[in-house]
Structures are given as structure tokens and as C-alpha cells.
Design a protein around this ligand. Structure first.
Ligand code: PHE
Length: 497
């Protein structure tokens, strides 16, 4: 506003150093003042209210040492001042001078004071030779600090520059003229074209703010791993550390044969009910399993074999051919075990794992979903025992930080013996069920063609339960589904068991 008012009165501002800023004692001669004015000029320039040219000249400024000399006198003057006048008292030794004026001043000042004829020797001490001096260094610096230059000229300035008492500084100042849109008041430009402006026609004369295409956009959020994926990665690392290989489990749809029959789950088992399992109606049936294997499985179910009497219950091929959303990843473990049994070079021991999605037709509540993830490990080798299974699980869960384990006899159609796994929860201060396990039955393994001394044991747990405990999540629906907190997902730290 000050620039605009000044221009209004005089048409031009020849030299912005003549401007008197509000609350200032005199004209804006300092460089800080000029830079402040330049800021205002740039803002007026962008509105085309003024034009200006930049001028520069050079000024001398005192260095820190120069300023010190201006305040305390030159080194030579300080040395001279420290000494007694010749004949009046005993002089000072070099050591005593150093103590009085400091090492630096003593070193530089002595030589100059000698050269100027200010001091002289008396024995091994120094004394003043004159009672008055003119400290020309100080007077020169004084002149420079007031006027920015020396009347004595460039030679004297160069000498002070060599002594590092002054430096040359570039000073900017400006000449200002009215621009094409000059006006005494600054109109705030419009940032939006409004309905009112269109209706009244005021848009025709309004000033609009220019787009700033250089402005940076608001930062966008990057992707983040879901807590389930982070915990899955931890489980995966534990299995890999223990020498397990990952099974392919990406097919969610399986047949009744692989999900149940191959696992010696009777065709009348309640788990196969519509209330428990999601069946697929289209396509209506699965491709048939290998015929020879299928007939052995049917035989072991209906009439038995391998020392078993079987279920001796009716068998319906339609049950085997049904397509369903797999209810456990053990369906894929069975397919992989069958592949182990029929591989060309004969059976080889194997440690396999999978972590993937399974589906159960269950009522959804705070801790249950109709789909969840299973973590499953399977070990196949000759002559394995129940102790091997327990040992494996102890190692596995210890790596998760769970050391207090208990095993409780349980029932699975495909394992015997079967054990539920309990862990002591230090916060809840009680034993909680964390998984299911067992030795696969001969009725499951031998029809596959595995040698009779090969034992296979396995265990399974959910991925959701440990994730909820790890992240302190009470309701599963805040972890999975449409109520999930995106912010929580983004902020969730990585887990380390
Ligand atoms: N399939 C079992 C379950 O769904 C887990 C399990 C896997 C049990 C392997 C024994 C052996 O709980």
C-alpha cells in the first residue's frame, strides 16, 4: 500500500532506498528493508499494478573481527594501551602482554605497534614511547560502518579486505513505475466463479486469481498390508525356517471327494450338510477323480480294508462329485499326499504347509466368519510317532512365542489319535484352544498308495485368532469385511512373533 501511495503521489519511485517504512526512524537503506520492499514489489508485479527494475551497488561490511576492532580498538592499540609510558614504570615482558591482551592481539599487535613507533624495547620488556596515538584502523572501520565505504579510496579498502576486517556486499535497490493495472488499492482477486457473479454479470469486470500450476498436490496415501497378510508372512517364515515347502492352495472350489471322501469322512457325516458346507450348483458336478483311486476309497468306506472294517454305510457317487467351497485346506493336503504316494521315483519324506482361505456355512458373530484362513502343516515320513507330532508343534508354537502347551484327546474322522492344542494365555490367565492336530488314519493314507510304514501327521489353526490377539482386536468384523478400519490397516505395525 505504501508503494502504491508513493507512486500515486509521484508517478515514479526513482530509488526505493528513499521510502520510509512504517514505524521506521529513517529511509529504508538497509538490505533487509530493501528485500522486504522487493517482496511487496513482486506481489504488485504479478497483478500488473507496477513494473520495476533492479539496481545494484557494492558496499563494504565489517567482518566479525572488524566489528570487534571497531568496539575494542585495533590489536596494536590494545598492546599500546596495556603498556606503561617509558620512564614512568617498569615495562611488561612478552609473556605479561599476552596475559593482559590475549595471545591473538599480542601476536598481531606488537609488530604493528613497533612499526607505527608506538612502543619500544627497554631491556627485555616493552614500554609505550608516545602518550597519544591515532588508531587509524579503528577510525577507518568506523567510517565504513557508517557510510559503507571509505573516502580514502579503493587502495585503503583493499588493504582492510586483505586483513579480513571487511568484505564486499552486493546491495540491491529498485526503481518503480506504474503498471497497466495500476490502482491505489489492492483488489483481492476472486478464486471462484459463482452463480451470483454469473447472474449479476459482475464476472465481466472481476479480477480472477491466476492458476498456480507449480503448486504441489496433497500427498496421496500409499498401499498398506492388511494385518492378516503381515501375520501370514510371520507364519510363512516359521514354516520356511523349519524346512517346510508351501503347497499350492489357490483353488477355493473342490469336490466332495477331495474335501471329504479322500479324508475318510463318512458320506453321512453332519459336516457335509448344507447347513455346514457351501455347495456349488453350477457347474453341477466335479470332474471324476482318478478311477483306480476312487474305487479303493469307495471300498475302504463301505467294506473296509487295511485292517479296518470301514463304515459299512451306503455310498453315493453323487456325494463325491458335488462341488463345494472347501471347508478346510486339508482337502489340498490330501491331494498333495496322494501325489507323494504316486510320484515316479517312489515315496520321499516331505514337510508341507499352507495358509489360505476356507469357507463354512456358519452364523456370523463377533468371533466367527463364514470364511477364514487356515494355517496347516503336514509331515510325512516313515515311522513317525505321536511324540514327533507333539515335538513339532512345541517347536512351531515356541517360534510364535507360545511356550505353555497342552494337548487334549479329540476326534477327527481322518486322524487317530487326534489332539486339540491348548495354550496358556498370560493376559486372559486361562487355557485357550489354538488348534487341532492328529496322525492321519491308515484308511486315508493306504488307499493313496503310501507304503504302510509311512506315517503322516498334521496340525491346523486359524490365521484370524492369532492376528486378533496380536493386534488387540475384539471383533473379527473390524478385521475383515466392509467395517474394516482402513486407517487401522494403514497404521498397523509389522508383527514379530
Ligand atoms: N482340518 C483340521 C481343521 O479344520 C485341521 C487339521 C489338519 C487337523 C491336519 C489334523 C490334521 O480343524
Amino acid at each position: 500500500q505504501l508503494v502504491l501511495d508513493t507512486l500515486d503521489k509521484g508517478a515514479v519511485i526513482q530509488d526505493t532506498r528513499s521510502i520510509v517504512l512504517p514505524d521506521a526512524n529513517g529511509p529504508a537503506t538497509s538490505q533487509e528493508d530493501q528485500l522486504l520492499i522487493q517482496g511487496a514489489l513482486n506481489s504488485l508485479l504479478s497483478r500488473e499494478m507496477i513494473v520495476y527494475t533492479t539496481n545494484e551497488n557494492f558496499a563494504q561490511a565489517l567482518t566479525a573481527e572488524g566489528t570487534q576492532i571497531l568496539e575494542q580498538g585495533s590489536h596494536e592499540a590494545r598492546v599500546w594501551a596495556a603498556l606503561p609510558l617509558k620512564g614512568q614504570a617498569k615495562g611488561l615482558t612478552v609473556k605479561e602482554i599476552k596475559e593482559k591482551v590475549g595471545d591473538e592481539s599480542a601476536k598481531i599487535g606488537q609488530g604493528r605497534a613497533f612499526k607505527n613507533g608506538w612502543i619500544g624495547k627497554e631491556g627485555d620488556t616493552l614500554v609505550k614511547l608516545v602518550s597519544d596515538i591515532v588508531d587509524s584502523t579503528k577510525t577507518e572501520l568506523d567510517e565504513i560502518s557508517k557510510t559503507g565505504t571509505l573516502r580514502a579510496g579503493e587502495k585503503a579498502l583493499a588493504e582492510l579486505r586483505k586483513r579480513k576486517l571487511i568484505t564486499q556486499k552486493k546491495l540491491l535497490w529498485f526503481s518503480v513505475e506504474k503498471g497497466v493495472k495500476f490502482s491505489v488499492s489492492i483488489k483481492k482477486p476472486e478464486t471462484d466463479l459463482t452463480v451470483e457473479m454469473l447472474a449479476s454479470g459482475s464476472w465481466k469486470t472481476s479480477e480472477f486469481k491466476k492458476y498456480n500450476f507449480e503448486a504441489e498436490g496433497a500427498p496421496t496415501n500409499g498401499g498398506a498390508f492388511h494385518p492378516l497378510l503381515k501375520v501370514r508372512e510371520e507364519f510363512r517364515n516359521i514354516f520356511l525356517e523349519m524346512g517346510f515347502a508351501e503347497m499350492p492352495t489357490s483353488q477355493y472350489v473342490d469336490s466332495g471327494f477331495w474335501n471329504f471322501d479322500a479324508l475318510f469322512v463318512p458320506q453321512q457325516h453332519p459336516a457335509r450338510d448344507l447347513q455346514d458346507t457351501f455347495y456349488i450348483s453350477d457347474p453341477p458336478a466335479a470332474l471324476p477323480p482318478p478311477a483306480d483311486y476312487y474305487s479303493v476309497v469307495e471300498k475302504v468306506h463301505t467294506t473296509g480294508g487295511y485292517g479296518s472294517v470301514g463304515y459299512r454305510a451306503p455310498w453315493q457317487p453323487a456325494e463325491s462329485n458335488k462341488l463345494l467351497l472347501r471347508t478346510h485346506t486339508t482337502a489340498r493336503s490330501a491331494a498333495l499326499l496322494r501325489r507323494l504316494a504316486t510320484r515316479k521315483g517312489g515315496f520321499r519324506p516331505a514337510k508341507l504347509f499352507s495358509i489360505d482361505r476356507v469357507f463354512r456355512n456358519e452364523a456370523v458373530d463377533a468371533t466367527h466368519l463364514a470364511e477364514f484362513h487356515q494355517v496347516e502343516g503336514v509331515v510325512a515320513d516313515r515311522n513317525l510317532t505321536l511324540a514327533d507330532l507333539i515335538g513339532f508343534m512345541r517347536t512351531f508354537f515356541t517360534k510364535m512365542g507360545i511356550t505353555d502347551l497342552r494337548f487334549k484327546p479329540a476326534y477327527n474322522p481322518y486322524t487317530e489319535p487326534s489332539m486339540e492344542i491348548f495354550a496358556f494365555h498370560p493376559q486372559l490367565k486361562r487355557w485357550v484352544e489354538i488348534g487341532n492336530s492328529g496322525m492321519f488314519r491308515p484308511e486315508m493314507l493306504e488307499p493313496m498308495g503310501l507304503p504302510p510304514d509311512v506315517r503322516v501327521h498334521g496340525w491346523g489353526l486359524s490365521l484370524e485368532r492369532p492376528t486378533m490377539i496380536r493386534y488387540g482386536i475384539a471383533n473379527i468384523r473390524t478385521l475383515v469385511g466392509h467395517k474394516v478400519s482402513i486407517e487401522g490397516v494403514e497404521k498397523a505395525a509389522a508383527v514379530r512373533f
